[in-house]
Design a protein around this ligand. Structure first.
Ligand code: PRX
Length: 717
């Protein structure tokens, strides 16, 4: 009754649930029968047809393989390593590690002393052993949806060898760092692979990033060269790219010297024969520095199309990728040649099911500047000999994902909850796409609400696809929690179970491991081959992942484990909001967001609190009368925003029985996002506080949305 009174006084009578709150008795009874949440938790079995063809076809199969991978990880991964080409075998222990900074330096090593080259594995091995030379490796579509290009494995090998020779001719040697900053094109992939061919470390930065963002990464990576493009295709026109490079290099000043830039002529790239001959600066509006800048196409003509791979130590660095941190200081995650190769290839093989069905076409909508693009646009698919679809530009434009799935007969699709919500909001309620070629549909990057998950499975996946909700991080190199199609019964919104060789644990705040169903900090107890080996130039940052809970790799995420041992990711610990329910329950931001997303007019929603965080960066008090909702409505609904907000308050009262209503519901035309589609909740907190000290705002993909959001919120408060 107390809860009801409090709500009544805050919300007004009209917003109270029609039937009032359940009595204590009713509540007890409700506990006894399956609640909505429990029903969500009833597993959905993979289709029988799927189980017939997948690598892992049943839970028994998964359980026994998983057990083996944990009991003897060295032997498990040694067997898997036999699927790859090693020029020489490992010396010493197959795997070594220390996760406890109190004992000594934290380190991880897999197969030290073994030598290989990742490009040999994805080119020569596929061409010679699997006879895939004439199969399509890359299928590219330009931003105008008209330009397309297709490259076979044979042709890719020639391009990579030429580009590798070009880099060598310009003095690039093993261990040098090369920055790649350009639109998503065939040349971007070729540039990455050319670096790997000669043993240089590639560092891809999102092609739409600002010059300031690029300059910080150029300095941090200490790169010798930059591979870039004149323009990117954008909305039927072009967007300058090389101009930004020149600006970035000016910003670097004397602090860092880049020896040369190779510039891909992007204009007219759709048809190689009609490429305009590059003639230097006179004919184009591209800023040019003679002696430093070279046209890619010209240089490619000057070199040979055979290039022997540089044999690299398994523990040599392959790539550096910058994570979307919240401060200005760049954090370059290092992945290695051997472990990353095995892990990207193996997770791809099992999770996207390149089982026994031929003609696999994989479409991952991520940018190559994000680890998802590295592992699941480039390395994972190509190591498995699959066709990978590359898209230049924004995947959210004009129902493009659906049309590309059709156009290229895509068999596995991988995208983000934001893209899925957007597809859902812009499709009619009766949408029935009949995308028959699809077998697996995946999601990554943020927790996915159950209603979004169900729409994805039924409308995109045609009810027959397996949905793989893959949880991982830039630092993990590949999936660490994920269902396996054909084997794992799915639960909407749950990343389900660990991948082979991954040993999760859930800890209390004081670091005690919990057993059975629980909620707490997600950590990993032992290494897997794909995990990062360090943070570029900042060993203390690498150690910090192991400091809070010595002996464990700490993800920084919270999770809930249920009675079946399934994991549900609850988001970053610093984003946690605790909202009390009228019956003593505590909801988190995801519970509230999932509820509101059920409203047909809501496209996107984020819940934040401005309560202070404690030493661990976690907000504990959260949410009593200090929590805020940001919603994005479907375009057609904006005129009725006030009515919809009333509905939303009602939903919170009736479906969740929240104890205190939100302090405010803000209507946002867009939520601030990173390029990898993550809502920047720390910026929403700043909006509420009207605090213009934004930290590193160069990570915001839709920066233009921010001033408007600040203005709106100021006016409302
Ligand atoms: O919070 C988790 C969230 O994304 C974070 C990793 O971000 P980033 O390194 O940019 O992404 C790399 C590729 C995933 C995690 O710490 N996250 C990622 N996947 C999921 C997720 N949260 C919930 N469910 C997921 N499937």
């Amino acid at each position: 009754q107390k809860a009801e009174d409090k709500l009544k006084s805050q919300l007004g009578e009209e917003h109270l649930p029609k039937q009032g709150f359940p009595s204590e008795e009713e509540y007890e009874q409700k506990q006894g029968c399956p609640s909505e949440q429990d029903q969500e938790d009833l597993p959905i079995s993979p289709s029988a047809e799927m189980s017939l063809t997948t690598h892992v076809s049943s839970m028994d199969d998964y359980n026994s393989t998983y057990r083996r991978s944990i009991e003897d990880p060295g032997e498990f991964w040694r067997e898997i390593s036999e699927e790859f080409h090693w020029e020489t075998g490992p010396k010493g222990k197959f795997v070594e590690h220390n996760f406890d900074p109190n004992v000594g330096d934290v380190f991880v090593r897999w197969m030290p002393g073994a030598t290989t080259n990742i490009t040999y594995n994805l080119l020569e091995k596929n061409i010679r052993e699997k006879c895939l030379g004439s199969s399509t490796a890359l299928q590219w579509q330009g931003d105008d949806d008209v330009e397309t290009r297709e490259v076979t494995y044979d042709h890719l090998k020639t391009l990579v060898c030429r580009a590798a020779n070009m880099l060598k001719a310009k003095g690039i040697r093993r261990g040098d760092r090369v920055m790649i900053y350009m639109p998503q094109t065939i040349e971007q992939v070729v540039a990455m692979l050319a670096c790997a061919r000669v043993g240089a470390v590639h560092c891809v930065v999102y092609g739409g990033a600002t010059a300031e963002y690029l300059a910080d990464r150029v300095k941090d990576s200490k790169c010798t060269a930059i591979i870039t493009a004149d323009f990117a295709g954008k909305d039927g026109g072009r967007q300058p790219v090389k101009t930004e490079v020149d600006r970035a290099l000016k910003l670097c000043g004397r602090e860092h010297f880049v020896r040369f830039c190779v510039v891909v002529r992007r204009v007219g790239v759709g048809d190689q024969d009609t490429w305009p001959k590059a003639t230097g600066s006179q004919e184009s509006s591209v800023p040019w520095c003679d002696g430093r800048d070279y046209w890619w196409q010209e240089e490619m003509e000057r070199v040979d199309d055979e290039c022997e791979p540089e044999w690299m130590d398994a523990e040599d660095p392959l790539l550096i990728l910058y994570t979307s941190g919240s401060t200005g200081s760049p954090k370059g995650v290092i992945h290695t040649v051997g472990g990353y190769m095995m892990y990207a290839a193996t997770t791809f093989k099992y999770v996207f099911d390149c089982g026994n069905v031929t003609n696999k076409v994989h479409f991952c909508t991520a940018d190559l500047g994000w680890v998802t693009g590295q592992s699941y646009v480039v390395y994972g698919p190509l190591l498995n000999g699959v066709t990978t679809v590359l898209l230049e530009g924004d995947p959210l434009k004009a129902n493009r994902i659906v049309s590309m799935v059709r156009r290229y007969s895509v068999t596995s699709l991988y995208t983000t909850p934001t893209a899925i919500r957007h597809m859902k909001a812009t499709s009619g309620s009766e949408a029935n796409y009949k995308l028959d070629t699809l077998r697996v549909v995946g999601t990554v990057g943020e927790p996915i609400a159950t209603s979004t998950w169900r729409w994805y499975r039924s409308t995109i996946g045609g009810d027959h696809c397996s949905v793989v909700d893959t949880y991982w991080q830039t630092e993990t190199g590949g999936h660490v929690m994920t269902p396996l199609p054909g084997a794992t019964p799915m639960k909407p919104g749950s990343a389900t179970l660990p991948f082979f060789g991954v040993e999760p644990a859930v800890l209390t705040d004081d670091g005690t491991e919990m057993v059975g169903p629980c909620e707490g900090h997600l950590v990993f107890k032992s290494p897997w081959p794909g995990m990062m080996r360090g943070i570029n130039g900042k060993p203390e940052k690498f150690t910090s992942y192991f400091q809070q809970f010595p002996g464990y790799y700490y993800t920084g995420d919270r999770c809930r484990r249920d009675g079946d041992g399934y994991y549900r990711i609850l988001g970053r610990r610093e984003d946690r909001v605790s909202i009390p329910g009228a019956m003593g329950q505590v909801f988190n931001q995801l519970d509230v967001e999932a509820t509101l997303l059920q409203h047909p007019d809501v496209e996107d929603v984020a819940v934040v609190t401005t309560d202070p965080t404690d030493d661990t960066g976690e907000c504990h008090s959260g949410g009593y009368d200090n929590w805020y909702i940001f919603v994005t409505l479907r375009q057609t609904a904006c005129l009725h925003a006030q009515t919809i907000f009333t509905n939303l308050r009602e939903m919170l009262a009736t479906s969740l029985h929240v104890f205190t209503p939100p302090s405010h519901i803000h209507c946002a035309s867009e939520l601030p996002r990173t390029w990898s589609d993550k809502v920047l909740r720390r910026l929403l907190r700043k909006v509420v506080l009207n605090d213009l000290d934004l930290g590193d705002f160069h990570v915001v993909a839709n920066l233009k949305s921010l001033p408007k959001l600040f203005r709106q919120c100021r006016d409302m408060q």
